[in-house]
Design a protein around this ligand. Structure first.
Ligand SMILES: Nc1nc2c(ncn2[C@@H]2O[C@H](COP(=O)(O)O[C@H]3[C@@H](O)[C@H](n4cnc5c(=O)[nH]c(N)nc54)O[C@@H]3COP(=O)(O)O)[C@@H](O)[C@H]2O)c(=O)[nH]1
Length: 750
């Protein structure tokens, strides 16, 4: 045997050595054998010659002696394996080499176990010297290894079939990965082996940023989870749910494990969901906004409707021009206050206010200025009454005032005075300075009436009386006034009757040429021969006829009569121009010109035989309309004159604009011409102005020779008045005219 340290030392006893040193050596060997950690046996002719205790123990025998002489065959599971080992080992052993193998062996109890066998020939050149076998029980190790193998196989299976991608990184480089991971990124696992994780990041910055981020977690042994966007081999971006943990937190060099799940679809779904959600939210927001808009529009509409209703209510209850309460509202308030007054036993006064000469002013200035005037007056009245009292406008220039809780007539008079005083200051309307006064009627609850209607009506009646007494007056109602009102209504009816029953008559006042003193015209003036009343002056029924609309028919009758009269005179060789007074209402008739032309034609008259007299106020009303009408009349050849000139507000520019022939100086200026310097100046100015405008001038109301002398001195052309003659029936005028003609002829003869 050689002396290799690891070699088995052969027991020499069977070979008969009896020396002490040999014996000591053998003892040492025996000690080594008995205490060796492995089983050792010496086999000769495939029989166990000797073995140590460990060997016996490994094979399930109580002692080495029990095994001595046993065939090695009994150590194998079967003969075949015994034979196979021999066949495998012999050639190697024969070459003197060590043979090592791991085999399944059999224990004494028949159980199998794994052994590592290491054999060596004692003397390869002399196989008959047998072989030494070292046996290690590796059954546990082998099983563990098997288990490990199985385990790692299972692990590999798990890794390979895992639905998630798994990668092991060291220093951010792939040490291994499963198929799914590679698939996720579009590589094979082999392609990824050893590559940097940078490969699947969109860019370097993102890779570094992530490294810093998760590095902190991994270093602390924490796992972390996130979703990141990665790039596949083909450049397509995917989203991954990533979970990572360090393999050994205490040793970062061992790297980390990453489990990844491709959540691109989920991400896309989520994104789609998010987009849909956002779109929905947007739609909801939009709808909400629209709804809010609709709601706001609705609110707006409701507010507007409320405002409109308020406006309508306001309009329905207020006067559009002055903003004052109207008759309805006034009556409502009066009703309420009457109830209170009744309950408290208080008195209440209603004032009916009518502006003096408003119609005249309104017609003269025009409606626009008239409206401004009314507004100013309304404001003054409103300011002049106490807060609790109501002032309302119930007609053109008619206002009513309610004074509740009145204790005495004096209190009412004070209120009326306050109102009159408020109107006193001059009003500047356009270029005009106007003074306005009012007539006031007063009715008191309960003495003069118990209902709003009665009180207003009685105050109105009282107002008429106040007006009849002159301007700027007030009058308390009494029952006598009712009678007067009744008379007014009766008069109105009588007027209708008069027209129907030919109670009217035309008188003619001669118009005399101042230079010759001869009649050269006449003014037709209506008279009413009222049965049981005598001759009624037009001054007392023309205004009423204008108010009740009868003036149109009366005017037609006058024109017809005047033309008929001229025709008659003409038949008798008398050619007198007759002037006829016109009312505003007549000019509003669109057929007026035709009517005049027709009348002239029917009576065979030349148009210049007729003169139409218009007051300034009529002229100034609807200037454009009047201008056109007058132009038509002028074109026909009819003469036109301004009556009562000087009392109105006509301006020079209008005088130039109208096709006029004559101005008639109002008798109020003529009356005082010889005593009042101002009137004289006015007359002189009118005459001189007419001269400049190429107009003739007639002076009205000439009663005295002195007046006539002055007018003649100022250059006036014509006059009419009691000095020469009062208005006369047609027959008397004819007689006067003929007498004058006769006298003139006599003078001529003389
Ligand atoms: N639309 C119509 N109006 C008419 C008509 N007829 C008359 N009238 C207008 O009625 C007003 C009163 O007229 P009357 O009572 O006839 O008075 C006229 C004369 O009688 C009066 N007059 C004439 N001379 C004198 C005088 O010397 N002194 C004096 N005190 N009075 C006098 O003046 C009136 C004439 O007015 P006028 O028309 O302004 O020239 C009166 O406004 C008539 O216009 C009619 O048919 N239609």
């Amino acid at each position: 045997m050689n002396n290799d340290n690891n070699e088995l030392k052969i027991d020499l006893t069977p070979y008969g050595s009896g020396t002490a040193s040999a014996s000591s050596l053998l003892n040492e060997h025996q000690i080594i054998l008995d205490n060796a950690g492995v089983g050792i046996c010496f086999v000769l002719d495939r029989r166990i010659q000797r073995c140590n205790h460990q060997f016996a123990q490994i094979h399930g025998y109580a002692s080495a002696d029990d095994m001595r002489g046993m065939t090695s065959m009994s150590l194998y599971p079967d003969a075949a394996s015994h034979k196979a080992l021999g066949q495998a080992a012999y050639p190697i052993l024969a070459r003197g080499e060590r043979y090592q193998t791991e085999r399944l062996m059999r224990r004494q109890d028949g159980s199998r176990f794994w052994c590592r066998l290491t054999g060596k020939m004692v003397e390869p050149s002399q196989p008959e010297q047998g072989s030494i076998w070292i046996v290690e029980d590796i059954d546990e190790q082998r099983k563990a290894s098997e288990e490990l193998k199985t385990l790692s196989h299972y692990q590999q299976l798990i890794l390979d079939h895992a639905m998630v991608g798994i990668v092991f990184l060291q220093n951010r480089h792939v040490t291994s990965c499963n198929r799914r991971f590679a698939e996720m990124l579009g590589y094979t696992p082999q392609e990824l082996q050893g590559v940097s994780s940078r490969t699947w990041y969109p860019n370097k910055d993102r890779w570094e940023e992530m490294g810093q981020y998760y590095g902190k977690f991994l270093a602390k042994g924490l796992s972390f989870r996130t979703e990141i966007e990665l790039v596949r081999k083909n450049g397509k971006h995917i989203w991954c749910d990533v979970c990572s943990k360090a393999i050994a937190p205490e040793d970062p060099s061992q790297g980390s494990i990453w489990i990844m799940l491709d959540v691109t679809d989920r991400h896309a779904s989520e994104q789609a969901l998010l987009d849909a959600h956002q779109a929905l939210e947007q739609r909801v927001e939009e709808r909400t906004r629209k709804l809010e808009q609709v709601v706001s529009d609705l609110h707006h509409e409701i507010e507007e409707r409320i405002l409109a209703e308020e406006r309508i209510r306001h309009l329905a209850q207020h006067d559009g021009l002055t903003g004052l309460p109207n008759r309805d509202l006034f009556q409502q308030r009066l009703e309420d206050h009457l109830e209170q007054s009744r309950a408290r036993g208080e008195q209440l006064a209603v004032l009916f206010i009518d502006l003096d000469r408003f119609k005249h002013i309104n017609d003269s200035l025009g409606h626009h200025e008239g409206d401004i005037l009314l507004k100013s007056i309304a404001e003054r009245l409103r300011q002049a009454i106490d807060g609790d009292n109501t002032v309302a406008r119930i007609g053109g220039d008619e206002f009513v005032v309610m004074l509740p809780n009145i204790r005495s007539d004096r209190e009412i008079e004070n209120a009326v005075t306050a109102l009159q005083t408020a109107l006193q200051p001059t009003l500047n309307i356009g270029l005009h300075e106007l003074r306005i006064s009012c007539s006031t009627g007063i009715a008191v609850f309960p003495a003069d009436g118990a209902t709003p209607q009665t009180l207003i009506q009685h105050a109105d009646t009282a107002m008429y009386r106040a007006k009849a007494q002159g301007r700027n007056r007030f009058q308390f109602y009494n029952h006598q006034l009712d009678r007067e009102q009744l008379e007014r209504v009766e008069l109105e009816n009588a007027l209708f009757h008069a027209l129907k029953h030919e109670e009217f008559e035309l008188y003619y006042q001669p118009q005399v040429d101042i230079k010759t003193g001869l009649i050269d015209g006449a003014e037709a003036l209506i008279r009413w021969n009222r049965p049981d009343h005598g001759m009624v002056s037009p001054g007392s029924f023309i205004p009423l006829a204008e108010e009740c609309g009868l003036i149109g028919d009366i005017g037609d009758w006058v024109l017809e009569q005047a033309c008929a009269q001229m025709h008659h005179w003409q038949q008798n060789g008398i050619h007198l121009r007759v002037s006829v007074n016109l009312s505003a209402l007549q000019l509003e008739d669109p057929d007026f010109c035709e009517h005049v032309a027709d009348c002239l034609q029917r009576y065979g008259l030349e148009p210049d035989q007729l003169e139409l007299e218009l007051t300034e106020s009529i002229l100034m009303k609807h200037v454009d309309q009047t201008t056109s009408l007058l132009s038509q009349l002028d074109a026909m050849g009819v003469h036109l004159s301004i009556d009562d000139f000087g009392t109105g507000y006509s301006s020079l520019s209008y005088l130039k604009r109208f096709p006029l022939d004559k101005l008639k100086i109002d008798q109020s200026f003529v009356r005082e011409i010889s005593v009042d310097q101002d009137d004289a100046v006015i007359c002189r100015t009118i005459i001189s102005m007419a001269e400049n405008l190429n107009l003739k001038v007639t002076a009205e109301g000439v009663e005295e020779a002195q007046q006539l002398a002055l007018l003649a001195e100022f250059g006036c052309h014509q006059y009419q008045g009691y000095l020469f003659s009062k208005p006369l029936p047609a027959s008397e005028l004819l007689a006067l005219y003929q007498q004058q003609q006769r006298e003139a002829a006599q003078v001529y003869v003389i």
